[in-house]
Design a protein around this ligand. Structure first.
Ligand code: ASP
Ligand code: MG
Length: 609
């Protein structure tokens, strides 16, 4: 007997027939000897409909969601009704076929949240009511997406209804699974599982049988449509096994694996530490190629030559240059491969004006799923290094990791500063594991993601001294602008360039903020580009093989696609390309890693755009 949480999304409960199909699946699960807790979304597009009605009763019909959110308390009362309809109907349907069931909304269960309307994070879930009903042989049907706010003066739950933010019912389900220590949390949706890429662009994308939480989080831009990232965050912290399956099929779907030991605290389910680990790697040498021509094939030639010699390239950064037509590329490698790497790099005729080598470097990294959507974390890392007087030479970020190259002689001070800032002890990141017996067969690249919703900002001629990256980021954090793929490459000059991507919607706001501060902080031009896209490869097994990044770059070069920016982490490589070449970039990379299956994946009409 297992304790199973099943979450059904809006499309899975869209009408009476779908609710009956869900009822039958639940009944079968119970009849097989399991205890079942069900978490549901609002039926179909109900939540969208409620938002639209709210807009239509307001004075200004064109009010944005943000303006409506000024009436956040009432908005939550309204939106929470959607899920309440589904729980009542599903519980009635179960009872009618002789299956005892009870419907409960978020406040009846006591899904206790922060007192933040429309975007509350879950503090804890009281397991008692759920467990009592299960003990009576009932299926417990719980409304997702909602909770009840904590009363900060008493520390007890209030009667104020909150919601978790759009798509939040996945997060409810995993939080409930953590609280009752369920064996698995199954997420039923309208896709058969997690795919290697977007099937609207690559129809023969394949379904993965397994993916790690870390990979899932790094694929956020691809996966967000399937899973709310906050749910993966909870699963990771509490070691909960999740799976994503279609409610139309009996297929097994995709299992999302977590580290075996959870590190979470059940009293603060979603408000964990932003940063889980800090680590430093002294076995690094930095090689920089300055002013190499900016055209397709350069990165490919360089990294392919290195890979051919078995050189393990770690961090790779390519930033834009203020001089048109040239780039700087910098990378790090292990100390013992320096001689070979230097020979290879210097012998290449790719037109670099200068090749510099620096062995007095170390890479300091912070990791944590809590940094997703919290732009302040990077800023805080850079600030704590600046306050310790440490200069950052290179920066590379991914969704759940930020790495900085600093002077090796600054290493100990850097660790101390970061430990203090984030209250963490130094240890290595506990990787999510792939459980398959034959994990060596698993392709080093698991998924390819495309994010077309990004714009690039390059801040030029940033004085090369401690604190600059921190100050620049702070301007954006103040405006609540999330940024990713931050790269800083160092040149031989006494100025650097810091480039990053932001959501297109935030571009104008970010540009204004940064231009205002140019004089104060002493940097040069702020260049914005909305015509770019970010394409990434993700795979937890990448670290065990050299030359993976090189293959990605070669695939792009062969298709004559120019790479405008590169940032890497252990399990991810991201490139910025021109937007009009983005789909083709995705296709050729997917092809390069042989990720296509032999038949096209059925895409439910709801997902077709
Ligand atoms: N019904 C809510 C929404 O559409 C929550 C969910 O479906 O996850 O955002
Ligand atoms: Mg949903």
């Amino acid at each position: 007997m297992a304790l199973i949480v099943q979450k059904y999304g809006g499309s899975s409960v869209a009408d009476a027939d779908r609710i009956k199909a869900v009822r039958d699946r639940i009944k079968r699960t119970v009849d097989a000897g399991n205890q079942v807790v069900v978490v549901v979304s609002a039926m179909g597009k109900t939540t969208d409909g409620l938002v639209a009605i709210a807009q239509s009763v307001s004075v200004n019909h064109n009010q944005s969601l943000i303006e409506i959110a000024a009436k956040e308390r009432e908005m939550d009362l309204l939106l929470a009704t959607g899920e309440q309809v589904t729980i009542a109907l599903l519980s009635m349907a179960l009872q009618e076929v002789g299956q005892p069931a009870i419907a409960m909304n978020g406040s009846q269960v006591r899904v206790v949240t922060e007192p933040n309307h429309t975007r509350a994070r879950i503090l804890y879930v009281e397991p008692d009511q759920i467990q009592a009903a299960l003990a009576l042989g009932k299926v417990v049907v719980i409304a997702g997406f909602q909770g009840v706010a904590i009363d900060q003066s008493t520390g007890l739950p209030s009667t104020e209804i909150t919601t978790l933010g759009r798509g939040g019912s996945d997060t409810s389900a995993v939080a409930i699974a953590a609280a009752i220590e369920a064996d698995i949390c199954e997420i039923y949706t309208d896709v058969p599982g997690i795919l290697t890429t977007d099937p609207r662009i690559v129809p023969k994308a394949q379904m993965l049988t397994e993916i790690t939480c870390d990979e899932m989080l790094e694929l956020a831009s691809l996966g967000a449509k399937v899973l709310h990232p906050r749910s993966v965050e909870i699963a990771r912290n509490f070691g909960i096994k999740m799976c994503v399956r279609s409610s139309w099929l009996d297929d097994a779907g995709t299992v999302i694996t977590s580290p075996r030991i959870g590190t979470g605290n059940l009293k603060s389910l979603e408000v964990n530490r932003f940063v889980e680990t800090v680590s430093i790697d002294y076995d690094q040498v930095k090689i920089a190629l300055l002013q190499i021509p900016d055209h397709p094939g350069i990165a490919s030639q360089l990294f392919k030559s290195l890979a051919d010699q078995g050189i393990n390239v770690d961090l790779i950064i390519q930033a834009v240059q203020e001089t048109e037509g040239v780039n700087d590329i910098a990378f790090t490698i292990p100390q013992k491969q320096l001689q070979l790497a230097e020979v290879v790099t210097r012998s290449l005729e790719i037109g670099a004006s200068l090749v510099t080598v620096d062995s007095n470097v170390a890479k300091i990294s912070i990791t944590g799923v809590g940094m997703i959507g919290r732009p302040g974390v990077a800023a805080q890392m850079f600030t704590s290094l600046a306050e310790a007087g440490i200069n950052i030479q290179m920066i590379s970020t991914s969704e759940i990791k930020i790495s900085c190259v600093i002077a090796a002689t600054d290493g100990e001070n850097a660790i101390a500063a970061i430990q203090k800032a984030f209250d963490v002890t130094a240890r290595s990141h506990q990787a999510c594991e792939i459980n398959s017996e034959n994990s060596s067969d698993i392709s080093p690249v698991r998924g390819v993601a495309l994010d077309r919703n990004r714009a690039r900002i390059a801040v030029q001629q940033v004085p090369d001294r401690p604190g600059m990256a921190a100050k620049i980021l702070e301007q954006l954090v103040e405006q609540n602008i999330s940024l990713d793929m931050i790269v800083q490459s160092q040149s031989d000059r006494d100025v650097n360039e810091i480039a990053f991507t932001v959501a297109i919607a935030d571009l104008a706001k970010a540009e204004t903020a940064l231009k205002e501060y140019a004089k104060v902080l002493g940097y040069g031009e702020v260049r914005c580009d909305g015509d770019i896209s970010k394409v990434s490869i993700v795979g937890a097994n990448m670290i065990h093989q050299s030359g993976i990044a090189a293959r990605m770059f070669s695939a792009l070069a062969d298709a004559n696609i120019n790479i405008e920016m590169i940032a890497t982490s252990e399990i991810k490589v991201s490139c910025v390309v021109r937007d009009h070449q983005a789909e083709q970039a995705l296709k050729v990379i997917h092809q390069e890693f042989n990720l296509s299956g032999d038949h096209a994946i059925e895409v439910p009409s709801a997902l077709k755009k």
